[in-house]
Design a protein around this ligand. Structure first.
Ligand SMILES: Nc1nc2c(c(=O)[nH]1)N=C([C@H](O)[C@@H](O)CO)CN2
Length: 117
């Protein structure tokens, strides 16, 4: 299956298990692979027949702005469910990184795949 890609998307959200993390917003970085058949869009040169990466990126930013999860696991799982529901995505791979959360690591995070390819 073809993929629509979103790489290095930066969002801000309340995320973390510690008290000091509940009062600040922190940056998360996301990479997404979204399975879709791009041939109908390519054949008609028609945005309406594919996954609009701009609209999806906007939705992810709004999701992050209004969420307050403790774990990156929860953020990733809920975001994946929302995207699959809202945009009819059959399968996705989401990599979520929390930069600077661990000293001496560039980033920590999770990678999940949901749905059927
Ligand atoms: N598997 C996880 N481990 C940890 C998480 C998490 O979300 N998933 N979160 C924290 C803290 O919030 C940390 O990021 C603060 O620096 C610790 N471990």
């Amino acid at each position: 299956m073809d993929r629509v890609l979103i790489e290095g998307l930066s969002v801000e959200t309340v995320i973390g298990v510690y008290d000091w993390e509940r009062t600040i917003r922190q940056r998360l970085e996301l990479d997404l692979e979204l399975a879709t058949d791009i041939r109908p869009a390519a054949a008609g040169d028609d945005l309406a027949r594919t996954l609009d990466y701009a609209a999806i990126s906007q939705q992810i930013g709004e999701f992050a702005a209004s969420s307050r999860f403790e774990l990156v696991e929860t953020f990733a799982e809920r975001l994946a469910a929302m995207l699959r529901e809202e945009f009819g995505i059959a399968w996705l791979r989401l990599t979520l990184r929390k930069p600077g959360a661990v000293a001496n690591a560039r980033a920590v995070g999770v990678r999940i795949e949901r749905g059927e390819r």
